[in-house]
Design a protein. Structure first.
Length: 65
């Protein structure tokens, strides 16, 4: 299994909105990609404008496509 980690610092107050966009739009696209397993989006309690998105893939090659 391969995990892709994406860290994003949003504009102030926009982290939840971006989290919903990832869940509603990007996840729909990712689910149709070969080798995609799952996606987890985390928002920091200490820095509420910081998002960490983890996508899980069967192989590194699948994630890079």
């Amino acid at each position: 299994m391969f995990t892709r980690v994406v860290e994003v610092t949003t504009k102030p107050g926009k982290a939840r909105e971006l989290s919903h966009t990832i869940t509603d739009k990007a996840l729909t696209i990712l689910k149709n990609q070969p080798g995609f397993v799952d996606e987890v989006v985390l928002i920091s309690n200490e820095n509420p404008d910081h998002i960490l998105a983890l996508s899980f893939w069967k192989t590194r090659e699948d994630a890079e496509k």
